[in-house]
Design a binder for this molecule. Sequence first.
Ligand SMILES: [Zn+2]
Length: 180
Amino acid sequence: MLYLTFDDGPDPRWTPSVLAVLAKHKAHATFFEVGVAARRSPDLVASVRKAGHGVGNHSMTHPSLTKLSAAGVASEISQADKFIGGSACMRPPYGAVNKSVRNQIAAEGKRMVLWDVDTNDWQLPGADVIASRVIEGAKPGAIVLMHDGGGKRSQTIAALDTVLTRLGTAGWRFERLPNC
Ligand SMILES: [Zn+2]
């Protein structure tokens, strides 16, 4: 089992393609959505959920939470929840956390979810490199970080098809994160 996660969407240009590739392979994933993006595309938020994927909270405006007051962190989380439809999971932008942010995420009733395999797909290293990072990083139960928003994502989408084909053939399954 591998847990694929997609951050920074939903994005009308890329998220539908990610959903289509996942559907083609009967795979499920978890989308850590940004509140402002969800506010712009409520139809996509609904599509992600309807397809059986998990939705996590990735803040309202994608700031580094370590630079905010406790009240600011609480507001980023609770505002995003309104537009993503709520979630039990929270992924802090940039993975930036400190004790105060951890406490605030817990105080908002969220489980913090980081990742095990970072594809660095946002650096656009090429679809083959992104796919190799997932395939080489595959370990039972590993959480893989990719992006369906925040920039050009055609490489990620191509890599996703390769990963699901190759690892699917090798017997891996792809599920949404439990309790998200
Ligand atoms: Zn992000």
